[in-house]
Design a protein around this ligand. Structure first.
Ligand code: UDP
Length: 306
């Protein structure tokens, strides 16, 4: 697994190890953290190598989950050239590895390939509307190019590929300072500080609880060889950022008020996955509504802040 010490990666490690797999993680700790996997460090079925995937690596595995890439705008925009290199050079290295090993390889792609969408909800057939020169492009176009590479390696070299388009996901092990909306709002609410709403807070997102998402990734890896994706994985419940703020304030019994700030450039107005394909091809759908997920996530942030 690349990015195995990240938020999603570490949960996927837990899930695969619980299933008796041996998991070899690669992570350069740019946005991942050893803390996320420290409970696994003595486990004989777990190994982690500090490695930047922009450099080639030779290991022996039979399945590859390719998750490595910072996902928070704050992180991926802090070194945009590196973000592109991770998605392009990094993905070429991982696909080269998969080719040599004849390993099944799964790409953690993103709803960001749809950009600021004109079609709502977004089906996989929608080609997206991404600004190729904007501040989000290093991630959005990087991930789009990674999808291109996956499908070209499949067509040209017969690789066994799977592509998941992951929508906003939240849960324990998100970093409190990663700038994502869920982590920001919960941390602000727990500290009774103003909740920072960007724009007027009417933009929407769909939030999937991490355990649901992980089940989707595992189910995708197990699909028959002729199912390649891309397939949307996310929770179709759609909320405005104001609604999210209100839920967080209620669930934390916070005294926080709302404070309004400029909307970041190219911030998508609306986003909700069409998950018909995932339901049909993977037999998967999310089971945990936003409020239940928040109830499970808030104690984690309380602990981190202590
Ligand atoms: N957002 C916000 N306040 C914050 C952080 C984010 O209103 O403190 C907004 C952000 O502008 C975006 C949405 O919440 O419209 C989701 O942001 P996030 O960075 O979590 O994910 P992404 O934009 O990549 O979907």
């Amino acid at each position: 697994m690349t990015g195995g010490a990240g938020f999603l990666g570490s949960h996927l490690c837990d899930r695969l190890i619980a299933d008796d797999s041996f998991v070899l993680c690669l992570d350069n700790y740019f946005s991942g953290s050893k803390n996320n996997v420290k409970h696994l460090l003595g486990n004989p079925n777990f190994q982690i190598i500090e490695h930047d995937i922009t450099l080639p690596i030779h290991v022996e595995v039979d399945e590859i989950y390719h998750l490595a890439c910072p996902a928070s705008p704050v992180h991926y925009q802090s070194d945009p050239v590196r973000t592109v290199k991770t998605n392009v050079h990094g993905t070429i290295n991982i696909l080269g590895l998969a080719k040599r090993l004849k390993a099944r390889v799964l790409q953690a792609s993103t709803s960001e390939v749809y950009g600021d969408p004109e079609i709502h909800p977004q089906p996989e057939s929608y080609f997206g509307r991404v600004n190729p020169i904007g501040p989000r492009a290093c991630y959005d176009e990087g991930k789009r190019c990674a999808e291109t590479l996956f499908f070209d390696y499949q067509r040209q070299h017969g690789l066994a590929i799977k592509v998941a388009r992951i929508f906003n996901t939240f849960g324990p092990r998100m970093q409190p300072d990663d700038g994502r909306v869920v982590s920001n709002f919960i941390v602000q609410a727990l500290k009774n500080r103003p909740i920072t709403i960007y724009g007027d807070g009417s933009q929407t997102r769909s939030f999937c609880y991490v355990s649901d998402l992980i089940e989707g990734l595992v189910a995708l890896m197990q699909t028959p060889a002729d199912f390649l994706g891309p397939v949307n994985l996310g929770n179709p419940g759609e909320f405005t950022m104001r609604e999210l703020a209100e839920q967080v304030i209620t669930l934390t019994a916070s005294k926080s008020t709302l404070s309004y700030h400029p909307l970041p450039e190219d911030d998508p107005v609306q986003r909700r996955p069409d998950i018909s394909l995932a339901m049909q091809a993977l037999g998967w759908k999310p089971t945990i509504p936003l409020s239940d997920g928040l109830i499970q996530t808030i104690p984690y942030f309380q602990k981190v802040l202590r």
